[in-house]
Design a protein around this ligand. Sequence first.
Ligand code: CMP
Length: 139
Amino acid sequence: MTGKITFTMIKPAAYQNLHAGKILDMILANGFRIVAIKAVNLSSNLAAKFYEVHKERPFYNDLVKSMSSGTILAAILEKENAVESYRTLIGSTNPADAAEGTIRKYFGESIEKNAVHGSDSDENALKEAAFFFSEFERV
Ligand code: CMP
């Protein structure tokens, strides 16, 4: 069975450049319900922990630095088949490869500043949602 939730972050550059409103509009227009949302400044320790799965990758240190460089907007989104549906809406990791009409195509600047994060599996969606939100913070 496919899961009903996914987790997203609007990344620092997109937040700083005032794209959060338009990104949330696209999310809502595509039928996602916002279950939880908050603006957070991630410490480098927290960003490192969140992206721990990538710690052997050459881009890890830069990614951690970038994700702790400014405010992010973290959210849990609900929809049938949420992970796959949201990955379609955001487009390829590298905005240069992202399809027309996707969030990363509109708002991504580079593979690192790719506007948004989206969970890559149901299992990671649950983990990532729990990393940021208690049950009390979800509606
Ligand atoms: P995100 O969905 O947040 O998950 C991991 C992030 O690593 C990814 O988006 C990119 O912003 C970043 N990243 C930087 N370089 C690469 C790369 N070469 N391949 C994949 N992800 C990369």
